[in-house]
Structure formats: C-alpha cells, structure tokens
Ligand binder design. Sequence first.
Ligand code: MIG
Length: 776
Amino acid sequence: MLGDTSFAIHPGKEKKDTADVYRDIGSVQEWLKRDQEYLFNCVNGKVSILFYTDEIIRVTMNTKHDPVLNNSKSVIIEPNLVNVSEDETEETLILKTSELVLQIEKTPFRLTVKDVKGTTIVSEDKRGIAFRENGEVIAFKQMHEHDHFYGFGEKSGHLDKRGEKLEMWNTDVYAPHNPETKALYESIPYFMTLRDGNAHGIFFDNTFKTHFDLQSSDAYYSFSAEGGQLDYYVLAGPHPKRVLEQYTYLTGRMPLPPKWSLGYHQSRYSYETEAEVRELAKNFIERNIPLDVIHLDIHYMNGYRVFTFDKERFPNPELLIADLKEMGIRVVPIVDPGVKKDAEYPIYQEGVLEDHFCKYIEGDIYYGEVWPGVSAFPDFTEEKVRKWWGEKHEFYTSMGIEGIWNDMNEPAVFNETKTMDLEVIHRNDGRLTTHREMHNVYGLLMGKATYEGMKENLQGKRPFLLTRAGYAGVQRYGAVWTGDNRSFWEHLQMSLPMVMNLGLSGVPFTGPDVGGFAHDTNAELLTRWTQVGAFTPFFRNHSAIGFRYQEPWQFGEKFETIMKKYIQMRYEWMPQLYSLFYQASIQGLPVMRPLLMEYPDDAKTYNLNDQFMIGDNVIMAPILNPSVTDRVVYLPKGEWMEYTSGESYEGEKVHLIHVELEDLPIFVRKGSALMQSKWISNQDKETKDLTMKVFASDEENYSFTFYDDDGETFAYETGEYIKIAFDIQSSKDKIEISVLSKEGNYQPAYKEIKIELMGPNKTVFVNGSNSSIIGL
Ligand code: MIG
C-alpha cells in the first residue's frame, strides 16, 4: 500500500491490463425460471438473476455450482413477488418490471440494466463478468464520462472516488490515515454512481477481500473479490435519496438511538481511576458544559479482562455510575473481543468449556496477542456464541450501564498480518468456512451479539453501541467512529468527506475523534473541530495516552467559552437533530449529508468536500485550516440566511465570508424552519420548551416532519411518540404554517411550539389564524 517507490514510474515500465488473465463466464447455453429466479447455464458457470422489487435486482455468478442465495450477513429481506415480463429472441432475453428493463445478451452472457425510458443504468464493459482459477471473481462495467462515485463506507480521501482504487479489508490502522490508505476499519462494498443528475447503486455483497478500481480507465470500472461468488445488487434510484432508501431496505436501518447518545461524549485513553472520572464529571457540571457520556477505555478492566473492573482503580463502579447518572451523565465502557487466556478467569473458562472460541480445523483454539496478552476470540459467526456473549453483558447492565464501545473488532491482533490467521475456522451456524471469508464480518457479528444482548438485558431501554469495525448493515447495531485519527488539520478536513460517504453508505450515526486521537492537539484546532463536531452525527472528544489532554477547558477560558457555546448549541439543536435521526431510522437517509444529495443536478456540489448539510435545509461551512478567518462558500439554488448574523445570501453563487474563531458559518434555506429548545443544565436535560425558527422568504414552500418521544425506551413502537408534519408557505407579506398531520400519544413536557420569525417582519398564520404559537 505504501511501498510505491520511484520504480513504479520507471521509464518503459509497461502497464499490463490484468483483465486478460480472467476467464469470461461465456455464452448462455440454456436458461430457466425457478420460482422467482432466472438461472442461466453458461459455458463456464451459472448466473442467477433475482428480482427483489421492481427497482432492485440481484445478480449472482457461481462457476462451480448453482448460485447460493441464502447466505448474506447483510441483506435482511426476502425477494418480493415481482411481475416480470419476458421477451426472447435468438440473441437476447428482455426482462421487464414496472421500473427496469434488463437486456441479456446470450453470446456471451452480457447484462444491461435500463430504466423504462430506455436510459442505461448499468451496462457491462466488453469483458462482462469473469473469474480466475485462483478463485477471484470480477465484474467490468462501463464508465460514463460524467460518472461520479460515492459511498464505499469509511475511506480516506475526497468525496468523489472516481480515479481511485479502493480495498475492503477491515484493518486496524493506527497510522497513517492518508489519501492512499485503501482499507480502514469498516468494509462496506457498496457505492452510488451519480450521472447527469441521476443516481443508482451497486452493492457487492461479498465478504472476502474486495477491490474497486475506478482508476485504470475512463471507459470502464471493475469490482472484484478474492473468493466467493460474484454477487451484486443493482439499485435503480434514480434520486440519490431513493438509492439510499433502496440500499437500506436491503441491509436495514439504524434503530432509533437513545437521545443521550446524541449528546456530547468525553473520552480519553484512558481516564484511569474512579477519582479521575469523578473529577472530570465535576468539571463539566461546574462549568455547565453539556455532557451525556464518559467513556471508559481499557484501563478500567482488571488486566484487560473483558467483563471485569479493576478493583483498585475502580473500587465501586455501581456507585460511580449511579452518582454520575444523578448528574445526567452515563458511562460507556470499552469491550474488545479478545478474551485473556487465563485458566482462573470465568469468561475464558466458559469460552473453552462451552466451545465458544475460534479454532483451527484440527481443533486447537486460535490464540493471538492483544491487550490482555495471549487471548482467544469468540466465534461470532455462531448463533450460540453470540447469545453467550450478549448475555454476559448483564455484568454491565446490572450496574446501570446502557452503552458499550466495541474496539479492536476487525479483529485486530498484534502480529505481522494485524489479524487472525486466514485459515482459522468459523463454524458459521453449520456452513463452515475460514477467516478469509469471515474477516470482514467479524465486527458486524460482534456488534449484533452486543446490541441484541444489551437490548435483552436492558428490558425496554434502548442500548447504545459504538463500534470500530463493521460491514454493510452495521447501521442496524451501532454508531461508528472513524478510528485512530490524529490531531492534524488534514484529519479534520478529511473527516467531512469520510463521514458524508459513510452516510451515503447507509451508516448515519458516525463521527471522528474530535480534537484528534493521536498527536498533540492545540487550542485552535480543538476549537474548530468542536464547532464541526457539534454537527457531526456522533460527537465525541477522544485522545490517546501520552498526548495532551483535550477536554474543552484545557486551553484556557477564551477557547473554553467558544467550545462551550458550540456544545450547548448541539443541545439547542437536539429537537431538529432528533427528528433527523428519526428520519434516518425509517428511511435510511443520513443526518449529515453532502450537498449533492439535495442538489444532484448541480455539478458544483459533486466534489464539495469542505461543506456539508444537516438535513435538507442547512449548510455548514466550517473553517478547516489554521489561522484562517476567511473562506469561500458555495450556496446552491435558493435564497439563504446565515444563522447567526441573519444576513441574506443568494444561491448558485460563490461567496467570500469572514469567519472569526468564535464563528461557524451556518446557512439556512429561506422559507424553511428549524426546531430548537433551550439548554438548561446537565442534571436537567428534558426538553421543556420548543421553538420553531422560521427563516422568512418571499416565495418558498417547505414541508418537514417533527418527531419526539421519551428518548430512551421502545415505547414509541406502541404509539408513545409525537409526530407532526408541517407545511410552510412563504409569500411577500405573510408566512402560513399548517399542521398537515399529527400522530402519537406521547405527552412531552412542552405544551406548545413558539414560532420565531427570522428575517424581515411578516404576519404569521397558523392553520389559517394569525398566531405565533402552535398548541399541542
Ligand atoms: O490501539 O483502547 O481506536 O479509540 O482508545 C489501541 C485503546 C486500542 C484503539 C481505539 C482507540 C482506543 C485504543 N484502542
């Protein structure tokens, strides 16, 4: 990955097109329909096409036997009954749904997917789908001149991945996180292509190491895997939001997180003693800096044994947790997968005696070095192991803990390869396979075990899970932080496209370590990062052992005051953010999104890396460079109002704006609204007042949905929520707000919504009458 020397550009060094060594699937000899599956017998193997909906198809190539269609760790739905019409000639077979036209050429097998208007969505390069004798499988697709590529989970570099080569192999990368770092902790082999304003998606559901090549040619791109089937889904779009709905329909959506997990988190590797944690909490309370969570990193454990506390450092965890809860602060401890090899340690004993650990085929347990020393690793591919691990979390829940932080679950091992031997066996509920195939889903399945175990143990309360590793579908179990970044301005810059692409990959609840994990942060960087963090979905300040402490007060009052203002702002925006998290939980749309998601026709947004949106009406333009107090902002179509100054800005224009250290430029689309409430104190975080800020326009229409509930139980599933759909019509002299619908039985502490008009004075009407209050 980093080994490129100048030799790579040696004069005369020829570039060989590796595609030549692949064998084509070949011509169709016959085809048949089995239930909903179209199965093509080709010269070199079989291909199945399966319709999931009118807009989603699955293509599976298997060169050895019939395609296996029931072993996904990601896809949680079954194919629907789809009406497909067939039209066959000697050369082609046409399959049509209400949204898609599939054109299959028979000699050799080639598939083109079009929409019903005849526009090509996905078409094959002249090489189609192919394989190699070593087990590799590959698909070559045509690349169009105006294609832009997004998603791919957690990747370094810029938003648009055209021109890049990417790899999926969950890797513990302490350093570096550079544009050339191809694989990080999460593997999400999924991307969205945007072409002339229309979008579609491809999900390559293969858990082996996979590669995406968007670089070698301008005429084609490819995706390949080192083993398994060529198994991919085409999602028809055509709007970017629709693609995401389709992808998360397949792989699931984030369950509504507990509200406290959307607050501010303070962490460090590590707050080492109970006294230190109490002192930390006291500081937040006294300074009235909002805080919801303190994370306990590995030092809390007895010799790094998971499911233990060190009795000297933390003599009374129950009391600590209870006292902190009184202050409105929760504790989230780290839990790694490695179980210390120690014959006197009950978790290890059970693991061995009940056969929960990963083994070699000969029956010996696999051991690797991690924090506790020599350790064994639970085989999370087995249902019974997941259940065991999940139940063990009673240790934490019985102390009042409601959230868990999973680290090192790539799994990371301290050795040359950084992970388990590839030939370690996973029993995989009867479909035995090796780590080579299960590596990328180890973290996902640990997350499943943890989330489900916590949910069971918490008896009606929502668990929170933070995980480092994952695969497509990880959003069903947890939030993701982007691992070991550094206190570099470059890493602040990179975190924006990284979090936006994670959002486009179905994972809405993510964020980087604010301030930077490794390296020493500084006052200005931490301040600017905290301004951004206040609006990234996951908001945690975390730093590494041996580096400067970076709690908000560490750099003196001037900086503390600014950071406090932004952390408080996070809470003032909570009603808005929570409504967006609700939207993410039902539709899969990210809270923090790139501008292209809302403005897919505007080419200026296609690789806009240093601005982001919160929902569909707010654009953030933070400062991401040292000593900079001016920046350029691009605003798309519409009229915009800067949140703090109230100044108006025209859309489809570039603006130069002045930004002091205490400022974060926030642009709200005129005609739209934001729901907000006041920050009171850490001990009293319940929303008691609610304001709708309406940003006056002379002509816009806007509609949005406000959502709220108790924030911590599953009672919303049985109607305990409040959900109001609003419509706002703006005109020259008036603003008309209408309640389109109102649902749910939840009785919040606030009894009305106060309307606050931002900008020029106009008369406000609510449901037809002159008023500035909406009663609930
Ligand atoms: O390699 O638990 O990414 O957040 O503080 C060190 C110690 C292991 C890596 C995580 C980091 C955490 C640290 N862990």
